[in-house]
Design a protein around this ligand. Structure first.
Ligand code: MOS
Length: 751
């Protein structure tokens, strides 16, 4: 193979790495502009009620304060009756900042103080007095389970389908099963906490146009939101997010600082920046608290019944949903299945997707219950999973487009040394600590949506490929550069990928692990189009060489167009024959819809974990973990490995550390800072190994990629819980598994 065919699949370092480590990369709050004003947000200290008075007078006298925007003086916006303000809006009506005097959740933005400097704005915000009339609120899903109801349907329902209809007779099957297992699982709210705080720098141009540097997972989504809400046209709003300091789902929807910054800029006809502080990062979308119940049955080592119910929280104005319960029957064939999913509306902001939304929630319960079932059946958990293995998705009867999960079990087990495991709980000790080995599998859908891309080759032999997509730290920038270089048969040094700008060809929000497939296929389409144009041009400009050649006979390699046995022509020489000195191709990535209708597409994983449990202190240490992943073609093993490692670290965090603690008497987050919102530190992370098993998939999309952004977290959480059971003999079903729960001997409370 010529060298230029090999970028995809090689561990190319991040193209954006040097800019990031040298500080050249600029984030949304780092753009400056002459006369830029600073806005500081004031948040409601109450959870439900009304604003009765805003005492702006004294604050406005503070030197440097320009204006205080509230519901009393804000200009009209266009969205009064608009439902789908952004691409990721769930059914309902989106939260409208500064809309009226009503307080809907704790931390709701109630005013924006605009000043000449950040310090003055912050100070003025801190002394602004606002009076409220409080009403009673509800923020704890566990106390309102009787209010659970079915989610409303809407545009988002096609990406997040409700559970399938019941099959067979689950109660009867459970009653007749050899063994049953299950219980109540609960996790509270979690907040994303990317390093980069949400910020928007809005540059007000002379003609009223806006150029916005926004922290977002979708430049066009933020553009759409500003257009919809402020009644602008697309061409008057440009949104840029060339670098994004992590997001994990928190940036799938435009956040309220964008609204406030645009509102202020339009009101004052000045450029304005609004940045959230870390505390304010706890005042919008989050992983919803969810209560689950499982009851699974097996006879002769085969699953015969699956019952799984989940109740998640949502806000009172939108029905945010997740796929929590649909997974069990996708992974484990069963003749009797009953799944339920409901919502409880509470006085909280609308939850938002957080890495593997719903999947990591549901599979925690499913994979722990399967572990219990295998244990009760006296079967090794891997063997149990292999006995209940299917290449067909039993939930809809469609075959998987590819599924190398069995290979994940084999390679993961070999790497981990699973064969040396004593299956008896409490049987393994080390240095006075209980040692546990646990495992679990994981599944995440391999989705693809529509994007466009543009490829431009100039006479200097440089290729630029463009898409509005963001790179939230995933490696998109790098793999798209690799892909374009391969596709055109060019040196990667001659290829630049441009992204993060709403002016570039359409890309959806970056999420759902669907960016590699979605944008990748668009990049390939643009490059393929460019190759055709180059060939056509070559035929007319170099008839002596290509006059009698068909497109199917030529090669693109090492920056040249060649026919076998000839030296061919340099691509730049072909471009040089054009009047404008460049060739451009814009294309839409194709979705193989007909093929896809017949299959289920998913990435799979097997996670293996060793824990050491100090039973005197309840301390759990994940001493090592292995995750084997089958996710189709791995475009870059280095960036893909980082994605899985990140997911594994988060798995440790979710299983053992993370928890947004709300004092439900006040409806308020009590640990809204990185000191008290616990995430793992380096000392918590020990040996982590990632294996990518080979998986060829010719159906899923023309690149054969499934995405790796989310599959890394799903298996790790239950694997840790299962390892803790193996170490201690205790099933802890609430997350995070903190010291008190490990030490507690009695069963967890009912609610
Ligand atoms: Mo992801 S939770 O779709 O950013």
């Amino acid at each position: 193979m010529p060298r230029s065919d090999s970028y995809i699949g090689s561990p190319h370092s991040r193209v954006d790495g040097p800019a990031k480590v040298t500080g050249r990369a600029k984030y949304a709050a780092e753009y400056h502009h002459p006369g830029l004003l600073q806005g500081y947000i004031v948040n409601s200290p109450i959870t439900r009620g009304r604003i009765t008075a805003i005492h702006s007078g004294e604050v406005l006298k503070i030197p440097g304060v320009i204006k205080i925007l509230t519901h009393e003086n804000r200009q009209n916006t266009a969205w009064m009756n608009l439902k789908y303000a952004d691409m990721d809006a769930p059914p309902g009506v989106p939260f409208k900042p500064l809309h009226d005097a009503t307080i809907r959740f704790n931390g709701q933005p109630v005013a924006l103080v605009i000043a000449e400097s950040f310090e003055v704005a912050r100070y003025a915000a801190s002394v602004l007095r606002i009076d409220y009339a409080e009403e009673s609120h509800a923020t704890d899903v566990r106390t309102r389970l009787d209010e659970a109801r079915k989610p409303k349907k809407g545009l988002a329902t096609f990406l997040k389908p409700p559970p399938p209809k019941p099959k067979g007779k689950v109660e009867q099957a459970l009653a007749g099963a050899d063994v049953t297992a299950g219980g109540r699982f609960y996790h509270g709210i979690e907040h994303h906490n990317p390093m980069e705080l949400f910020a928007s720098t809005v540059i007000y141009e002379e003609d009223g146009k806006l150029t916005i540097f926004d922290k977002t997972q979708g430049t066009i989504n933020s553009q759409l939101y500003v257009k919809n809400v402020f009644g602008k046209s697309f061409k008057d709003v440009r949104v840029l997010a060339p670098y994004v300091g992590g997001a994990f789902g928190s940036g799938l929807r435009p956040q309220y600082q964008l609204f406030l910054a645009v509102l202020a800029a339009l009101d004052l006809q000045r450029s304005v920046r609004v940045t959230m502080n870390r505390h304010q990062m706890f005042t919008f979308g989050h992983r919803p608290a969810t209560v689950q119940h499982t009851n699974f049955g097996a006879t002769g080592g085969k699953v015969v019944a699956l019952q799984h119910d989940a109740i998640g929280e949502t806000s009172r104005f939108e029905d945010y949903t997740e796929i929590v319960v649909n997974w069990a029957n996708m992974v484990y064939p069963s003749p009797h299945v009953k799944l339920g999913y409901q919502l409880v509306p509470l006085d909280v902001p609308t939850p938002t997707d957080m890495r593997a939304p719903g999947g990591v929630t549901g599979q925690h319960a499913i994979e722990c219950t399967i572990d219990e079932l295998a244990h009760k059946a006296g079967v090794d958990p891997i063997e149990f999973r292999l006995k209940n293995y299917s290449l067909i998705n039993d939930a809809d009867g469609k075959p998987y487009s590819s599924k190398e999960l069995a290979e994940c079990f084999l390679q993961g087990a070999a790497q981990f040394g699973w064969k040396d495991r004593n299956p008896l709980p409490r049987s393994m000790t080390r240095n006075g600590k209980q040692v546990g080995w646990g495992m679990a599998s994981g599944i995440w859908e391999a989705m693809q949506v529509i994007a466009r891309a543009e490829a431009v080759l100039t006479a200097d032999g440089k290729l630029t490929v463009r898409s509005a997509v963001t790179d939230i730290g995933t490696g998109t920038w790098t793999i798209m550069t690799q892909l374009a270089a391969d596709c055109m048969g060019m040196n990667i040094e001659d290829v630049t990928f441009e992204l993060g700008d709403s002016r570039l060809p359409f890309a959806p929000i970056q999420g759902g692990s669907f960016t590699s497939s979605t944008v990748g296929v668009a990049v390939k389409a643009a490059c393929d189009g460019l190759k055709k144009k180059l060939f056509k041009r070559a035929v007319t400009s170099f008839p002596e060489r290509f006059g009698s050649t068909e497109f199917g006979e030529v090669n693109f390699s090492e920056g040249r167009l060649t026919v076998p046995g000839q030296e061919g022509v340099a691509l730049k020489d072909i471009v040089a024959t054009t009047k404008r000195g460049q060739l451009v191709s814009r294309n839409t990535g194709s979705l193989p819809l007909l093929k896809l209708r017949k299959v289920t597409r998913a990435a799979h994983s097997a996670a293996f974990v060793e824990v050491e449990v100090d039973e005197d202190f309840g301390h759990v240490k994940v001493t090592r973990a292995v995750t084997a992943v089958a996710a189709g073609k791995i475009m870059n093993p280095k960036t893909a490995r980082s994605q899985i490692l990140g997911g594994m670290v988060w798995g440790i965090s979710k299983a053992l550390r993370e928890e947004t603690i709300i004092d439900h008497r006040y409806g308020r987050v009590m640990n809204a800072n990185l000191a008290e919102y616990h995430t793992p530190v380096h000392a918590d992370i020990h040996q982590l190994d990632v294996i990518f098993v080979e998986e060829r998939d010719e159906i899923v999309n023309e690149l054969g990629v499934k995405g790796v952004g989310e599959i890394g977290i799903v298996g790790l959480v239950p694997a840790i819980a299962n390892a803790i059971f193996h170490a201690t003999g205790r099933r802890v079903r609430d997350l995070p598994i903190t010291l008190d729960k490990v030490m507690r001997q009695e069963e967890p409370r009912k609610n």
